[in-house]
Design a protein around this ligand. Structure first.
Ligand code: SF4
Length: 93
């Protein structure tokens, strides 16, 4: 079994998926908690990591774009904004 456009449940082809480093890999790498380091190493060398991470929803399981589901959930919950002088400015997502 290899990863294809339906592996992520979208049911439609996306150009960047054709360049995914995981495309010809065993999907177990991305979904097996015991293989997280292996998945992250794979993602680290993937040329479409940014696109993958952008499309990964917080509810999506497994490693996407080099981040586990837990890491993506924590990142999504992180306040967005910046600090100018002593004023913290928050932006709406
Ligand atoms: S970043 Fe990782 S999960 Fe995403 S397409 Fe590349 S290898 Fe696959």
């Amino acid at each position: 079994m290899t990863l294809d456009s339906d592996t992520f449940g979208l049911g439609q082809e996306r150009e960047w998926r054709e360049r995914a480093a995981c495309r010809e890999e065993d999907p177990d790498i991305l979904f097996n908690p015991d293989r997280v380091d292996e998945a992250k190493a794979l993602c680290a060398g993937c040329e479409v990591r940014a696109e993958c991470l952008h499309e990964a929803g917080p509810g999506d399981e497994g490693v996407r774009g080099g981040m586990t589901q837990e890491e993506r959930l924590a990142d999504a919950a992180r306040p967005r904004g910046c600090v100018l002088g002593s004023e913290a400015i928050k932006f709406a997502d």
